[in-house]
Write a protein that binds this ligand. Structure first.
Ligand code: SF4
Ligand code: SF4
Length: 151
């Protein structure tokens, strides 16, 4: 009889709804509300690569030594340069970094003798195509510009 009454008066359904509504209360939400709230990543997090420039002159810090490319176990960094006949120094011409193949091990960053290459705390690396995952020098110097949503 008790079971019959519970079924007729939808007691189980109402109890289930109570649980759902209680969990929907914004005070009880404990999952991260990304993208309206941006997560704080760990201090030692290794994310988007950045090719640093001199903040005063805007010139690249990269000396085109190719050590990062040689250190990378995935061989995903391609550095090319040309020699300046006046200064006799190598100058960076192109720098590409395939983020889709990167495992963010940091070996390239450690190999760089002038701290030009850095793995930053930027974590939004998604792109609509595989081609978009290959970052050129401009992208590496400017960094990703993810859309910041406002709710
Ligand atoms: S983080 Fe590791 S896998 Fe990624 S480019 Fe650097 S060395 Fe290669
Ligand atoms: S190791 Fe550093 S300086 Fe050398 S090519 Fe890579 S980013 Fe440039």
């Amino acid at each position: 009889m008790r079971k019959f009454l519970r079924t007729v008066f939808l007691v189980d359904l109402i109890q289930g709804l109570r649980v759902t509504l209680r969990a929907s209360n914004p005070k009880n939400i404990c999952t991260e509300q990304y993208p309206s709230e941006r997560p704080k990543v760990a201090e030692r997090y290794r994310g988007a690569p950045r090719l640093n420039t001199n903040p005063e002159t805007g010139e690249t810090l990269c000396i085109a030594c190719d050590l990062c490319a040689k250190a990378c176990p995935e061989s995903l960094i391609v550095v090319s340069s040309e020699r300046n006949e006046q200064t006799r120094r190598k100058e960076l011409t192109t720098f590409t970094y395939d983020t889709s193949r990167c495992m963010f091990c940091g070996l390239c960053e450690d190999a760089c003798p002038v701290d030009a290459l850095e793995l930053t705390q930027d974590f939004e690396l998604a792109s609509y195509s595989r081609k978009g995952a290959i970052w050129d020098r401009k992208m590496l110097e400017e960094g990703p510009r993810p859309k910041h949503y406002k709710f």
